[in-house]
Design a protein around this ligand. Structure first.
Ligand code: ASP
Length: 470
C-alpha cells in the first residue's frame, strides 16, 4: 500500500490507509491508546483498540513521544464530542489495525507542542533539528521557501538569470569586518568571504548579462544582534541600462506581488510606496528605518516606503571621509561635477535608495559609477593612495574601462523580510540553522579549534591555547 499524507485523510472516511510519521502525543485511556501522529503535512488522532487488533495494541504499549511509526487502519468519523475544529483533520481519526515501530526516540529535551518562545535559546539551538519539528518553525521555513520560489519565478519571467558568484573571494567593502580564509597553496595569503556579491554582479553587467539575480549568502563579521547574523541571505539584483526609477519599479512590483499572492491576509498600507528623502526622514522621524504604520497593533499591516537622496560621504572619526552605503554608487547626476572635482563633499548626494518596512531596512541599492574616473574619485576622497586603489580595486577600474554599460541594482535582506511577514521577533526564527547571539553553532560546536596539522598546512600559528580534540 502507498503512504497517504495526513492532510489528505480528511476526505478519506471509510477508507483503509497507510500512514508514517512521529508520535506527537500519546494518551493511555485504560484499554484504548490514543496517539497524535504528525507528518510534514499535519496531525491526526490514532486510536488503538485491543478489540480491533491485539497485536497493534501490544506494539502501541512500547511507543513513546517522537517515536517514528508506521500504521495501517481505517479512517473513521470522530464522535461528535471529540471533533477538533482547529485541525483540518479534526473530524476524523484512524482506527489502527497494524502498527510498526520504525525507530525509537530518546526522551525529548524540550517541549515541541508549544511555539517555543518560552524555551531557552541554548537548548533550542543545540537541538535545532528537534526545534524545527515545532509547527511554528516548520511554517516559517516553508514560508521562506515559498517566498524564494516566488521571487525566482517572477524574475525568471522578467528575463533575469540567476547566477552564482564565488564565496572564496576578495574583500568587498560593505562597512563590516571580513571573514578571512587562509590559503594553503599561497602561503600567507587569505581569501575574504563576500560581504555581498557587489563587485561580481557589476562585473556580470560588464560581461553583458544585463539582468542578474541571486539568492546570495553574505558574510559580515559584526557583533550579532536580533536582526543580524554572521551569515545571512540577500536577494541580490543587478540590471543594465536602467535608471533609479526602473529598479524601484521592479522591486515595488515584486514586493506587492509576493504579499498579494502569498499573504492575502496582509494589507499594504499605501501604494505606490511613499518616498522620503533621507533629510526629511531624519527631520521628521529621527531615523531612516521608518515605521509608517498608522496602526502599530495590526499584525497584518505592512507599511513599505523608499528612502532616497542619502549623502554619499560621512566624516570618519579621524576627520577623513568614508562612504555611507556603497563606494560603487554613482552620485546623483547633478552632483557628478562636485565628485570629480572633489568639492562640497559633504553635500554630494548618492543615487542610493533604501526600502524600509515597519521600522526595518529590508533592502537597498543604487545606480553605479560606470565611469572608472568617477569611481577613482570616490576612493581618492576617502584618502586612498593610488597604490592602494590599484591593489584593492584595480580590477574594477580596469573592467569599467572595457565598455561597462550604465547599470544599477539592489539587495534585499531576505531573512528580515521573511521575519516581518511572519511576525517573528528576530531573524533566527526564519533561518534553519542560525548562530547564537555570540556567533556560535551550538549544535555542531562551531567555531572550534583546528588540529595542529591543519594549521601547519595553512602556515598559521595561533596565540590562543584552545586544544583541538583531534
Ligand atoms: N551590495 C549592497 C548591499 O549589500 C546592495 C546593492 O547596492 O546592490 O547592501
Amino acid at each position: 500500500m502507498n503512504r497517504t499524507l495526513i492532510i489528505d485523510t480528511a476526505g478519506l472516511e471509510g477508507q483503509t490507509v497507510l500512514l508514517k510519521g512521529w508520535v506527537a502525543v500519546r494518551r493511555d485511556h485504560g484499554k484504548l491508546i490514543f496517539f497524535d501522529l504528525r507528518d510534514r503535512s499535519g496531525l491526526l488522532q490514532l486510536v488503538v483498540n485491543p478489540k480491533v487488533s491485539a497485536e497493534a495494541h501490544a506494539a502501541a504499549q512500547e511507543v513513546r513521544n517522537e517515536f517514528v511509526i508506521e500504521v495501517e487502519g481505517k479512517i473513521n468519523p470522530r464522535m461528535e464530542n471529540q471533533i477538533n475544529e482547529s485541525l483540518p483533520t479534526g473530524k476524523v481519526e484512524l482506527e489502527v489495525t497494524d502498527l510498526k515501530i520504525l525507530n525509537k526516540s530518546e526522551p525529548i529535551p524540550m517541549a515541541l507542542d508549544t511555539d517555543g518562545y518560552e524555551i531557552g535559546e541554548d537548548v533550542r539551538m543545540k537541538y535545532r533539528y528537534l526545534d524545527l519539528r515545532r509547527d511554528r518553525l516548520k511554517k516559517n521555513i516553508l514560508s521562506r521557501h515559498r517566498i524564494i520560489k516566488h521571487i525566482r519565478d517572477y524574475l525568471d519571467a522578467e528575463g533575469f538569470a540567476e547566477i552564482e558568484t564565488p564565496i572564496l573571494t576578495k574583500s568587498t567593502p560593505e562597512g563590516a569586518r571580513d571573514y578571512l580564509v587562509p590559503s594553503r597553496l599561497q602561503p600567507g595569503t587569505f581569501y575574504a568571504l563576500p560581504q555581498s556579491p557587489q563587485q561580481y554582479k557589476q562585473l556580470l553587467m560588464v560581461a553583458g548579462l544585463e539582468k542578474y539575480f541571486q539568492i546570495a549568502r553574505c558574510f559580515r563579521d559584526e557583533d550579532t544582534r536580533g536582526d543580524r547574523q554572521p551569515e545571512f541571505t540577500q536577494l541580490d539584483i543587478e540590471m543594465s541600462f536602467v535608471e533609479r526609477e526602473d529598479v524601484i519599479e521592479l522591486n515595488e512590483k515584486l514586493l506587492i506581488d509576493i504579499v498579494t499572492k502569498l499573504y492575502p491576509e496582509k494589507k499594504i498600507q499605501e501604494t505606490p510606496f511613499p518616498r522620503l528623502s533621507y533629510k526629511e526622514a531624519m527631520e521628521k522621524y529621527g531615523t531612516d528605518r521608518l515605521d509608517l504604520r498608522m496602526d502599530k497593533n495590526d499584525p497584518n499591516l505592512l507599511a513599505f516606503c523608499w528612502v532616497i537622496d542619502f549623502p554619499f560621504f560621512e566624516k570618519t572619526e579621524d576627520g577623513g571621509w568614508t562612504f555611507t552605503h556603497n563606494p560603487f554608487s554613482a552620485p546623483k547626476p547633478e552632483h557628478m561635477k562636485d565628485l570629480m572635482e572633489k568639492k562640497n563633499i559633504g553635500e554630494i548626494l548618492t543615487t542610493q535608495y533604501d526600502v524600509a518596512l515597519n521600522g526595518f531596512e529590508i533592502g537597498g541599492g543604487s545606480i553605479r559609477n560606470h565611469n572608472p574616473e568617477a569611481l577613482k574619485a570616490v576612493f581618492q576622497i576617502m584618502g586612498f593612495e593610488d597604490e592602494r586603489i590599484q591593489a584593492n580595486f584595480g580590477h574594477m577600474l580596469e573592467a569599467l574601462g572595457f565598455g561597462a554599460p550604465p547599470h544599477g541594482g539592489i539587495a534585499w535582506g531576505l531573512d528580515r523580510f521573511v521575519t516581518i511577514i511572519n511576525n517573528e521577533p528576530n531573524i533566527r526564527e526564519v533561518i534553519a540553522f542560525p548562530k547564537t547571539g555570540d556567533g556560535r553553532d551550538l549544535m555542531m560546536d562551531s567555531p572550534s579549534p583546528a588540529a595542529p596539522k591543519q594549521l601547519k598546512e595553512l602556515h598559521i600559528k595561533t596565540e590562543t591555547t584552545k586544544e583541538s580534540k583531534e
